[in-house]
Design a protein. Sequence first.
Length: 399
Amino acid sequence: MSADSALPHPTERRHPFDPPVELMDRQDSAPLSRMRYADGHVGWLVTSHALAREMLTDPRFSARSEFKRAPVHRPGVEPFFGVPAKPGWLVDMDPPEHTRLRRVLAGHFTARRMKELRPQIDRMVAELLDDMERSGPPADFVTAFAGPLPSQVICALLGVPDGDRTEFQSNSRTLFSLETTATEAAAAMDRIYAHLRAIAERPADGEPAGVIGRLAAEKTLGIDEIVGVGALLLSAGHDSTKGALGLSVFALLTHAEQRAALVRGPSAVDNAVEELMRYATIFHFGVPRTPLEDLTFAGQQMKAGDSVTISLSAANRDPDRFPDRPDALDLDRRTTGHLGFGYGIHQCLGQNLVRMELRAALPALFARFPHLELAVAPKDVPLATDMSVYGVHQLRVTW
């Protein structure tokens, strides 16, 4: 496809769990093709699993935010493209800055650290299910569970004191609400930054309870970086888990034959979560990269500064990587190598936390409500096609 005939990034989904058909058409005909961005720039679109992995590990391609362009017109996020990364926002950085921050943070996301959080997460799950049961059907699963759980978990992870969590979660809801204006969202982020700074600067009384306090005690990062890391964890952890929970439950409620896999034991649940992350990929508009030099990639000549969008949702349906019915949900499938959490040095830092929340939440939900079902027709479930993290805006359920 030539630059003159480049098409914009498709957004319309004909099926709630499938990528736009146009993405898959390009995967068949040209897995690396030209794409027209919202500002008119003609860059590139990657839809192949193999090319996605290759590019995400190629140091010639940058993740720096000052090079990024919005793939589609979204006024709420466009101000964050084309500007340098904020302190602590390692997702928008390249080595060596990215390496330095990632090395410091990795110790706070070890398997042991995540295991320590599991009892708290189990209690949160049980309490939210208690509230759902007391309120009675029908309920909006997003409002009752998929939204509050990641918010509560992030508070526990960051070390937000119990007495401060109501205000913190209120600002979080404002920040992530579709009805929030840009001015309101900026004000909510300012309050979150101020709140995180207060936690980071608070004198420690014994062993710090959360990541923010531990980072402050270590004194390896500056305060601005610590606060930025906290804001990044909040935005990434909240949105990704909320989207994954909502989509996963929607998928299971519309694939009755697959729900039985969740009751076969912990190993079955672990595999089910991986397949759900592949099948219902939450990165709706993919991840951006930019070549730092003129280069040849997959036989195509790219210029320094060209924007590239890597479609993880298309890559996760690539029949060359998943040859056995890639468009089907199969909780018994071995999904090793899926790109639901990205790949390479920028692979999601909190992926094990997201996994743990899903592993705790899904079996508990269907054990508590074995007859859970949609309260509306699947076609009436509002999809978050206007968000960079895909999911459902609302999921009305009954039992």
